[in-house]
Design a protein. Structure first.
Lengths: 379, 195
């Protein structure tokens, strides 16, 4: 298991690649509770973290898992937890705490069939909306998805980078197929990818206002023990970090949360276009289904159908600026998903006059290229 | 489709080492033969028993869809797995079964070798999957026997290298006794084939 050496080709599972990506991004803390189909992440982290001077804790449940992750991050350490649907539900309250305290952390949810214990060993994409709206209150959040082993490595690094840069929890959605598929991967050398660290205070402790606005909307973050007074609360707080009831302070605080993400749209919204240039019909897909879609558009091309694929890595904030031109250009768009239509709704919302078709499967099986191809023939 | 996917499926019951065998094939093809591979599996929530299926797709190009579409090669370690996983078989694909447990064959284009019985004779029933891998190395054109042997010995615990070596060799030898060209060319009987 694992692949410590850069430059060496290894056969890794998607879950193992997430671990290697997290370590490459500088993650040095993991707390969580094992659950199929995410358990390999905890298992491998428990072996790899001590080797690099990090710490691993198996907590009593997922609520405690994310609690410990938030605490470690406040102490200045990049932190990860990983779970599946039922555990992700348990994390929702603390996820809100991470949002309001602007604590960077990455939460992996390897989606299984649900609800409840559901289908622990089968893939699904039923948690897309839970990732976006699972915690309470108005809040921005970043949701990324992975579709392959290489993706699991690279997108995990992006997840940490964005989380650190914008001080926001990032949800990484995988699914059982991606998590357990083994593919070859060559771990790149450190010099080949960028690692972003949170900005620390540049002023002396007595001048430090932990939640003071700036042009980026992201205040520098002091670690516990650095000597900077840093009050952390789940109540809406003023620039000093203390609870406030003043409408002007509340409004400024809430709007800054969104502004900082809006400012970063161009780098947060990651998508991949395949054969879209001359396409008059498009598939919009994410996760393991995007791989079926890729094959389906190749099959369509062989039949002379001008099909293209827009592969979404970022699901939220929804990349509407990239989706919009695709909807305008193509006479129809197909959104295949292993749910009854969570992203297809978002696609439709971008342009209500566009023809957006769905293809859904709920039986614990990956949608096949043939199914997508046949649906394309009818559009 | 214009690609050279070679698709392998292994089926058996949980605990027979089906998934490990597929991982080893994938490792041989990826790490030693430098090909693109995608290895997937499906299994039930049970810890032991239950059907177990593992697949490997090998290609010289990047693999889009990671699972089997049309099988080139099926290794079935028992009757239940054979019955359950024989679908999606290419007419000129190759079927290899463990004749210790498989009695009813769906086609005469088949290589039947008693992997489990041979493993028992070697002293450990546990190495039936490695005996089977020896046969896979000899019969399957998508992965070289040499790479597969290296991958097997690299994966097994050091103390068992000798036993696994013998198991692999026994499987390869048993497979060598079959003449592939003497098998029917297709699983579809001649009279049913389209002209």
């Amino acid at each position: 298991m694992g692949c410590e050496q850069s430059g060496k080709t290894c056969l890794l599972q998607g879950n193992e690649a997430i671990v290697e990506g997290a370590l490459a991004a500088g993650c040095r803390f993991f707390a969580g509770y094992p659950i199929t189909p995410a358990s390999e992440i905890a298992e491998l982290m428990s072996m790899r973290l001590p080797e690099v001077g990090g710490a691993f804790i198996q907590m009593e449940d997922e609520i405690a898992g994310i609690g410990a992750v938030i605490g470690a991050s406040l102490a200045g350490v990049k932190s990860l937890t990983a779970t599946s649907g039922p555990g992700f539900s348990l994390m929702q309250e603390n996820l809100g705490f991470a949002c309001i305290t602007e604590t960077p952390c990455v939460i992996v949810n390897v989606m299984r069939g649900g609800p409840s214990t559901g289908l622990p060993t089968s893939p699904a994409q039923g948690d897309v909306m839970q990732a976006r709206w699972g915690t309470h209150g108005t809040h921005p959040i970043i949701v990324l998805s992975v579709s392959s082993v290489i993706d699991s490595f690279e997108v995990t690094i992006h997840a940490f980078n964005i989380s650190e840069k914008y001080r926001i929890p990032v949800i990484l959605l995988s699914d059982e197929v991606v998590a357990h598929t083994r593919e070859s991967i060559t771990i790149p050398d450190k010099s080949e990818f960028e690692v972003v660290n949170r900005i620390r205070p540049g002023v002396p402790p007595e001048w430090f206002h932990p939640y003071e606005d700036n042009s980026r909307g992201v205040p520098p973050m002091a670690a516990f023990g650095d000597g900077y007074r840093h009050h952390i609360t789940g109540l809406v707080h003023d620039v000093h970090g203390y609870p406030t009831q003043r409408p002007d302070e509340i409004d400024a605080f809430q709007r800054r949360q969104f502004r900082k993400i809006t400012n970063g749209f161009s780098e947060i919204q990651m998508t991949r276009s395949v054969m879209l240039d001359d396409a008059d019909i498009a598939v919009i897909a994410y996760g393991s289904v995007s791989r079926s879609a890729l094959r389906a558009i190749k099959m369509a091309r062989e039949r002379g159908i001008k099909a293209g694929l827009l592969h979404l890595t970022t699901l939220f904030p929804f990349p509407r600026r990239i989706v919009d031109p695709v909807l305008r250009k193509c006479r129809a768009v197909l959104v295949p998903e292993m749910n009854l239509g969570q992203i297809s709704r978002e696609v439709k919302r971008v342009n209500l006059s566009a023809k957006v078709e769905k293809l859904n499967r709920l039986d614990g099986q990956l949608i096949t290229p043939e199914e997508i191809f046949e649906k394309l023939l009818t559009l | 489709m214009n690609d050279d996917r070679y698709e392998i499926r292994f089926g058996g019951s949980g605990g027979q080492g089906i998934i490990l065998a597929a991982v080893i094939v994938a490792e041989a093809a990826a790490v030693y033969d430098h090909k693109y591979v995608s290895q997937t599996q499906s299994y039930g929530p049970e810890a032991r028993g239950g059907k177990s299926k593992a697949e490997v797709v090998i290609s010289s190009r990047e693999i889009d869809y990671p699972k089997v579409i049309k099988m080139d090669f099926l290794l079935a370690m028992n009757q239940t797995a054979l019955d359950a996983y024989f679908y999606d078989f290419k007419p000129n694909g190759l079927l290899v079964v463990d004749s210790t447990f498989v009695e009813q064959l769906p086609t005469s284009r088949v290589i039947a070798i008693p992997f489990t019985r041979m493993a028992r004779e070697l002293g450990r029933e546990l190495v039936a999957n490695v005996v089977a891998l020896g046969a896979v190395g000899r019969l399957c054109p998508a992965v070289s026997e040499d790479s597969l042997q290296k991958a097997v010995l690299n994966r097994v615990p050091p103390k068992t290298v000798e036993l696994n070596s013998r198991a692999f060799a026994a499987g390869a030898e048993a497979a060598a006794a079959f003449d592939l060209s003497s098998l029917p060319r297709s699983i579809t009987p001649d009279e049913e084939q389209e002209i």
